[in-house]
Structure formats: C-alpha cells, structure tokens
Design a protein around this ligand. Structure first.
Ligand SMILES: [Zn+2]
Ligand SMILES: [Zn+2]
Length: 323
C-alpha cells in the first residue's frame, strides 16, 4: 500500500500542549464554561468515566495536567448536546464492494450531519481554547473566520470525510489561521456524530475483508492500536470515528512491509504493555496498548494522552505518526 495515496489524519489538539503548563482547569475555563458547573448537568456514565480518568491523569502526571483538563473541558462540551445524526442507508452489497477495493464506507455517501450543530460546537470549542493560554490567539482567529463565513463548517466537514486534511490546512493558510488547531477543532466537533455513524455501520465491516491500515469507516489513520485479550489480536482504533478493525501484527500498517528486520518497537523500561511499534522501511510508528476489552470510544483520547511519552520517544528517533 502506498502511504501517499491514502488519507490524512487530523491530529489531536492535546498533542501540541503537553509541555507542562499546569494551570488548574478551573482557572483555564473561567468564563465560557463555568455555567457547566453551576447547573448540575446529567453526565452520561461513559463521559463520567473518561473525565475521572483524565482527572486521575492530571493528578498523577503534572506535566499533562493542563492538557488533561483542556481535554476534559472539550469532552464535556462535545457530549453536552449531542448533534442529531440520521440513519445511514448503505446496502451490504455496496459495503462489501467498497471494502474489497479499499474505499472507506462513508466515502461518497450522503452522511446525515447536523451542520449547524457542528458549527455551534466548533464555536464553543473556540471559546474554550480562547481561555487556554497558548491557543488563545489562534482560536480567536478561527472563531472570527467561522462567524464571517470565510470558513464554512459544512465544507470543512465534507473535506474531512473525503480525507482531505491537506485542503483544510491550505485553506487555513490562505486565511492566516492555525491549520492544526482548525483540524483539531473539527475532529472533536465531528467525533460524536462520526462515532454514532461508525457504530451503525460496524456490522457491515464483516461483509468483506479490510486489508488497509486506514479506517474502513471514515478513512482516517488510526490513533492507536490495542493488543487485545489472551489471543493478543491487534485492533486498530480510529481517532475520528472510534471504529475498530483487526490488523496483522506481523505487517506494517502503513507500507505493508512484512520483513521482520523492518518491524520493531520502543517502550519504556518496566512498562512493556505499551509500545510504539515502528517500521524501518517507512519510518512510521503506532502506539500499541495491551487491553482486555475494547477501549470505549470516549476513552481513546485519554489513552492517547496518557501514552504521549511514547510519541515523544518515537518522534525523537525520527519516526512519524501518520499525518
Ligand atoms: Zn474512522
Ligand atoms: Zn512501514
């Protein structure tokens, strides 16, 4: 598989911000989100679990405190009023054909997204980022562009579904706004709707074998992998729609190399359960975490953040995560 021909991922906002600003959350989210805490909101159990894990991470790793609390604020917002998502109508035969030729199921399908709700989410997330030191200026510029309609949420969402992260970054560059932040805001704003779509389409994934490293539902590169259960089957997990798909652990998911001399891994001494699996041929890497059961969709970003040290080690050695 040629890595150049496939899709690009939108990288998570938290990656850019794990450097050690340890502003407490309640200082960070002072204005726009305090209403969240005043009114006793009903928190979905899976959100409560993810937030508790983020809080634990913030307590145990001071360097990640700011990022963990920012992530918590983002998750509260994206799961406060879930954008409605309609049913997807995809016949099993069409799904099987797409899978056979390596086309993600959502590609070129009319995906029923509530675009006004997604735009509203993006603006709310801009509000949170505006309160967060480093990203404040960049968030203000994106907020202004969305309100002026020089950035169009519907068009951006369409480009995400077409795997055109580079077009999004180019548009951002034309407007002089931060492309990485824009991609991160989009990714978070689309996550609930795409995770719902992925759950709806998951039964169709058995229609044919999927051999690709990118997501069979949305086409994004995986955020991480799980080595699951006693059988140690490796599953890739999408950070954009939370889909999971099995993969061959003796093969590089990016370039397809099966040469054992190409495939290696990095880990921190004393913690062999979390690895960055690397490939010498394409210099790609992916984090692989041991798990007993599938990681719930909302916990994916928590695990990603908790293992950021592996990203740093891999990047330092010249490996790259898919972009
Ligand atoms: Zn996906
Ligand atoms: Zn490779």
């Amino acid at each position: 598989m040629d890595r150049e021909c496939t899709n690009e991922s939108l990288s998570p906002l938290v990656h850019g911000d794990a450097g050690g600003n340890d502003d407490p959350f309640f200082d960070v989210v002072t204005v726009s989100d305090m209403n969240l805490f005043r009114r006793r909101e009903q928190i979905r159990p899976e959100l409560a679990t993810a937030l508790a894990q983020l809080e634990q991470l913030a307590e145990s790793q001071p360097a990640l405190r700011s990022a963990a609390r920012l992530q918590g604020a983002i998750m509260r917002v994206i799961y406060r009023d879930l954008p409605a998502s309609g049913a997807l109508d995809l016949a099993p035969e069409r799904a099987a054909e797409k899978l056979r030729v390596g086309t993600p199921l959502l590609r070129d399908e009319p995906v029923p997204l509530d675009l006004p709700a997604i735009e509203a989410l993006m603006l709310q997330l801009c509000g949170i980022a505006r309160e967060h030191g480093d990203a404040a200026e960049a968030a203000r510029a994106i907020d202004a562009a969305l309100r002026r309609r020089t950035l169009d949420a519907g068009r951006l969402a369409g480009q995400v579904l077409l795997g055109q992260a580079s077009a999004i970054r180019e548009r951002a560059a034309e407007l002089g706004v931060d492309g990485e932040l824009l991609c991160a805001l989009l990714r978070f704003s689309l996550f609930p709707a795409l995770a719902t779509a992925a759950a709806q389409l998951a039964p169709l994934l058995t229609a044919a074998r999927w051999e690709q490293g990118y997501c069979p539902i949305c086409g994004s590169w995986p955020l991480l992998a799980e080595q699951r259960g006693l059988e140690q089957v490796r599953f890739l997990r999408c950070g954009l729609c939370a889909a999971e798909w099995a993969t061959d652990r003796l093969r590089c998911l990016f370039c397809g190399s099966r040469d054992h001399e190409d495939l290696g891994y990095l880990h921190v001494e004393g913690d062999d359960q979390k690895r960055a699996v690397t490939c010498e041929r394409c210099r790609g890497y992916i984090k692989v975490l041991a798990s007993l059961a599938p990681i719930p969709p909302l916990d994916l970003v928590v695990h990603d953040l908790a293992t950021i040290h592996l990203d740093l080690v891999a990047i330092e050695r010249g490996y790259t995560a898919p972009i």
